[in-house]
Design a binder for this molecule. Structure first.
Ligand SMILES: *[C@@H]1O[C@H](CO)[C@@H](O)[C@H](O)[C@H]1NC(C)=O
Ligand SMILES: *[C@@H]1O[C@H](CO)[C@@H](O)[C@H](O)[C@H]1NC(C)=O
Ligand SMILES: *[C@@H]1O[C@H](CO)[C@@H](O)[C@H](O)[C@H]1NC(C)=O
Ligand SMILES: *[C@@H]1O[C@H](CO)[C@@H](O)[C@H](O)[C@H]1NC(C)=O
Ligand SMILES: *[C@@H]1O[C@H](CO)[C@@H](O)[C@H](O)[C@H]1NC(C)=O
Ligand SMILES: [Cu+2]
Length: 367
């Protein structure tokens, strides 16, 4: 793959080929989690009482915002636990999580367990901030519907230089030989303000886990955000009557003209050159977790509109974009999921309820 991200025109054949390679890498690369067994990250047997309540970033007090940002800084400094034989480039605990995403990229996107895996991934990050960095709050979410239309995008409180994640990078023109140009992109360089302007990103670009220390980049596309992150697109997602279509509308893609709320946040922040636009290494940008918390909130909102049915409704391909089930069946509640060294393996069924199974958190407000 020559471009940095998913090809806009969606060369599915190349994707499938990569899937096979990535999957082979995954099967041999995921270590036994026995090196470190943070059983507290999988709530398992204990009941979920007083779940931490996730709130929208701008509704947090300044001291809550600062405490969250400080916990992320702490996690960026904690030493990695992934064996170097598996991921040579890991230095920090933060890298551990990014590496887990990079290694599994082609088995966790455009599949039936996309929402379940990312829900669990975000919850494990939240739990790690609490267990390893003394954070006492809940994972905040980013309700991007509040930051569109396009003219408002760059002024989002989430991008604030003091009480946010910092803003755009300076404009770097796209190399004309790069076919991957996110429509409406406005940046591309290193983030110049905010708490992450000196952050060292190591995983990626793309599938590399050898360690490529560099700055955090952003390449905001107000246009892309305006098109895919409004209430109209969110309502369209919420109006789907079964999980299979809910997931397909939310994931959309891979073509830009068929994007959804998932791609809207990734390319609206990451554009062509920003980490958020990198399908593999996107968790490198700490904004990733706020975006995914909100996607999770969309899923939970959808589930809560018909909980009797939707707490158990799961379907969609086991293999990347295999929507016609030509390579395999659909994902079911017993489908296994792994986060490598970061948590004990679990199943999709354990993540269907945010206040049960391996999870314990809530949202202050639903869509
Ligand atoms: C533009 O792309 C060409 C071909 O891939 C490459 O040789 C060149 O270094 C690139 N230029 C920049 C500024 O990235
Ligand atoms: C939502 O509104 C945006 C901005 O006007 C527009 O570009 C987009 O096509 C709309 N999406 C839907 C699903 O109506
Ligand atoms: C997979 O799930 C979809 C709904 O998302 C359903 O239409 C399809 O029949 C299922 N395929 C199989 C092989 O069960
Ligand atoms: C899946 O089936 C539909 C309807 O039969 C067809 O239009 C579509 O092209 C198929 N998609 C793939 C990826 O084979
Ligand atoms: C967790 O799942 C991965 C991937 O399926 C597997 O390689 C690993 O052995 C599993 N670990 C345990 C302890 O079952
Ligand atoms: Cu992802």
């Amino acid at each position: 793959m020559t471009s940095r991200c998913l090809q806009p025109r969606g060369d599915v054949v190349a994707l499938l080929l990569l899937l096979v390679l990535q999957y082979a890498a995954l099967v041999t690369a995921i270590p036994s989690p026995d090196h470190r067994d943070p059983s507290s990250y999988n709530y398992g047997q204990r009941a979920c009482r007083n779940p931490p309540v996730r709130k929208e970033w701008r509704t947090l007090g300044k001291s809550e915002q600062t405490r969250y940002l400080n916990a992320v800084q702490c996690f960026l400094k904690k030493p990695a636990i992934t064996p170097k034989s598996i991921v040579p480039g890991v230095v920090s605990r933060y890298d551990d999580l990014v590496a887990t995403h990079v290694l599994q990229t082609y088995s966790i996107h455009y599949v039936g367990h996309f929402f379940a895996w990312h829900r669990w991934f975000t919850a494990v990050y939240e739990e790690a901030l609490r267990n390893e960095c003394g954070y006492t709050g809940a994972q905040p979410y980013w309700d991007w519907t509040l930051d569109v239309p396009a003219a408002k995008w760059a002024k989002s409180p989430v991008l604030d230089a003091v009480y946010g994640f910092g803003g755009n990078g300076p404009l770097i023109p796209v190399n004309t030989s790069n076919p991957f140009e996110v429509p409406g992109r406005t940046g591309g360089g290193c983030v110049v303000d905010g708490p992450f302007k000196n952050m060292v990103v190591r995983m990626g670009p793309q599938s590399s886990v050898s360690g490529n220390p560099r700055c955090l980049s952003r390449d905001l596309s107000p246009y892309f955000a305006g098109r895919y992150l409004g209430m109209n697109q969110t309502k369209l997602t919420l109006s789907q009557s079964d999980f299979g279509w809910f997931d397909r509308v939310a994931e959309g893609g891979p073509s830009f003209d068929a994007s959804g709320i998932h791609g809207g946040g990734h390319y609206g922040v990451g554009g062509t050159y920003g980490e958020m636009g990198d399908l593999y290494a996107s968790p490198s940008d700490p904004i990733f977790w706020l975006h995914h918390a909100n996607l999770d909130r969309v899923w939970w909102s959808w589930q809560m509109r018909n909980p009797r049915k939707r707490l158990f409704d799961i379907s969609g391909p086991i293999f990347l974009m295999d929507y016609n089930n030509t390579q395999g069946g659909n994902v079911t509640l017993s489908f296994p999921m792994t986060l490598g060294v970061n948590a004990k393996n679990t199943t999709v069924g354990q993540t269907m309820n945010i206040k049960g199974g391996v999870l314990c958190y809530d949202y202050d407000k639903l869509y």
